[in-house]
Design a protein around this ligand. Sequence first.
Ligand code: FAD
Length: 283
Amino acid sequence: MHFVVCIKQVPDSAQIRVHPVTNTIMRQGVPTIINPYDLFSLEEALRLRDKVGGEVTILTMGPPMASDSLRKALTIGADRAVLLTDRFFAGSDTLATSYALAQALRKIGETFGPVDIVFAGKQTIDGDTAQVGPGVAKRLDLLQLTYVSAIVELDGESRSIKLERRSEGGVQVLQSKLPCMITMLEGSNVVRRGRIDDALRAARAEIVTWSAKDAGIEDLALCGLRGSPTVVKRVFAPAARAEKAAQVEIAPTQAETAETLIAAIFAKAPAIESDLTKLAAGF
Ligand code: FAD
């Protein structure tokens, strides 16, 4: 069987520091990790492979440095890693991310064999939307099995899977046909550490690296910022100013230039002048 696990490289939120002066989040130099929720899906895929045989392929879309997370996943025991990386993917929202991943999954199926189960994390710790897994499933017409707490049985002959899913007020026991998409709940298993031979293999492994074109993506308008309606709509674009900006002549001294500027500001906004006058008068 062929299991594919989608993982995302995210900043390690435990290492994020707040700037002592500006009180803003300092993102630079923050180490990256595999999104913790994805590790539960990776572990479950490895368990199934160990039980019924087959291969586990890891897929990520991200910058070239996301290969670090892929190599880590190989160290834990995955068989193959695919990095989808291209400048056309920059600025992707969940719609564009799920499109690119779905196309790559199609290509993985064509290249390395049909995919039986696609795993994703429940959500990420940076974007946090929990939309990508279901988005990929919809695009590939896969049955969606989300919030899975345990896989009870995988039957290769009848190509069916039985599992437990957490729902409001209880646990659902579901049976589904393959192929399907599964998102595992956190704590549903204990993630293995990986063996020495996996670590050695991972160190030498070649990471399959695909551009948008390599993954068979023809419509680049559906990728990255162009294919991301939520991001594009959020961008704050100030309306063009009706009047032209006035120029202030540079005076012989800085003080005179400052006086000219202040006079121009007060002429434009008399309220500022009256507030400042009151302040200066001790109000
Ligand atoms: P989720 O849907 O939470 O991820 C679920 C699972 O999908 C993951 O566990 C993983 O298995 C898989 N997955 C997710 N991303 C990848 C990947 N790149 N490669 C492989 N597998 C993956 N998105 C919007 O749609 N609109 C916004 O306005 C928006 N604003 C954002 C603002 C900030 C500051 C940040 C950090 C993110 C924002 N995002 C937004 C999300 C962003 O675009 C995401 O990085 C991307 O779309 C994935 O969404 P997510 O992280 O919420 O994934």
